[in-house]
Design a protein around this ligand. Sequence first.
Ligand SMILES: NC(=O)c1ccc[n+]([C@@H]2O[C@H](COP(=O)([O-])OP(=O)(O)OC[C@H]3O[C@@H](n4cnc5c(N)ncnc54)[C@H](O)[C@@H]3O)[C@@H](O)[C@H]2O)c1
Ligand SMILES: [Zn+2]
Length: 411
Amino acid sequence: MTVVESRLTATERSFHVEAYEKIEYTLDYVDGVFDPANPQLADAFSAWGRCLAVVDRNVLAMRGEELRAYFEHHGIDLRVQEVRIAEVHKSLRTVEQLVDAFADFGLIRKEPVLVVGGGLTTDVAGFACAAYKRSTDYVRIPTTLIGLIDASVSIKVGANHGHLKNRLGAYHASKQVLLDFSFLGTLPTDQLRNGIAEIIKIATVGDADLFGRLEKYAEELLEHSFGFGPEGGHVREAGGAITYDAIKRMLELEVPNLHELDLDRVIAFGHTWSPTLELAPERPLFHGHAIAVDMAYSATLAARCGYITEADRDRVHSLFTRLGLSVDSPYLTPELIEQATASILQTRDGRLRAALPRPIGTCHFDSDLHVSDLVDALADHRALCSGLERGGVGLDAFTPAEVEAPVQRTS
Ligand SMILES: NC(=O)c1ccc[n+]([C@@H]2O[C@H](COP(=O)([O-])OP(=O)(O)OC[C@H]3O[C@@H](n4cnc5c(N)ncnc54)[C@H](O)[C@@H]3O)[C@@H](O)[C@H]2O)c1
Ligand SMILES: [Zn+2]
């Protein structure tokens, strides 16, 4: 960010400052980001002759050799800081460990850090970059579906604090995001499923046509990794158009409000009660499942309010269920609804602003719902879910128990 306009007014008894800063960043598609023939990644580091890369452990195991060969080919020294950041390690302590790694590398002011991994890696390392020397540049290579279509599209970075999701954080855009969807070829099914939940979010409240295409292709996209699995060629075009449209719609909605000055945010659909729900179990729910439960419950609410038909409510529930995403959770109790509502009211300036479809593809912000309405709706929701496959419970919904240190070897 550079200051592009500023004004100082000085009077005898006061100084008043007004300054506007430009935010500028680019998301570039690159097919084969570690292919030596593609210069985009090298271009970001060649001026420095070296690169500190924070890389997710699983990605490093699969793509580390390619990454090292790429930098060697371009004559850039590479140091890799391996990380494996689980939701329970999305903490200030992990941020501090990354800051230690930056200091140990002797990061020079304005020298960018490379961050390669899913939403957890980019959120936490991005926050370390926001804090280090008050602002350090970084380049992101998202490697999960959540990262590619959401976390690395946003300029928000952060960490949890205790059981409070993303309670610490910053708005800190990475100068560049390199989008290489071939990473989806190795992403496990449970992680693809999580990512689709964020696409369903944007479709349900922002793009009815996208919602229709998800209904058409959902299972195939999951089964064939959006066309990057071994036999997935036939869905690559549809998958590519779906992810492109999801990113574009998110940017259209978010770019006028990058610092969230307007708290009525369409893409907060599914993120009203889920922040509390996600961290409620000892092993947190995967982000995608937590928001899916919130969205499904929101669809039940929207139908009760007459914003969508019962048939459209059932379409939303069915889409999640077909994919194995959760629409209900034993952790979603009246007590949790009450606690989560109190928590989100603090974040949203005292008003609920629950994003609800009205109808599918458009969004309405509701602040008139009281806890008693919400608890009544929960009873309805539970009854509806009991008639669905698996009683509404999702597949592989919980994050694994992690015992490893989040910041690991340097090499
Ligand atoms: N900043 C934002 O605006 C924003 C938006 C959405 C989500 N988020 C955050 O993102 C986090 C979830 O991110 P996530 O779902 O990407 O989780 P993650 O970063 O933990 O990645 C999920 C798993 O996939 C593995 N992995 C990553 N890339 C892989 C690949 N190409 N092949 C095989 N395995 C791979 C990782 O090692 C990990 O085990 C949550 O904390 C959520 O709050 C942030
Ligand atoms: Zn989210």
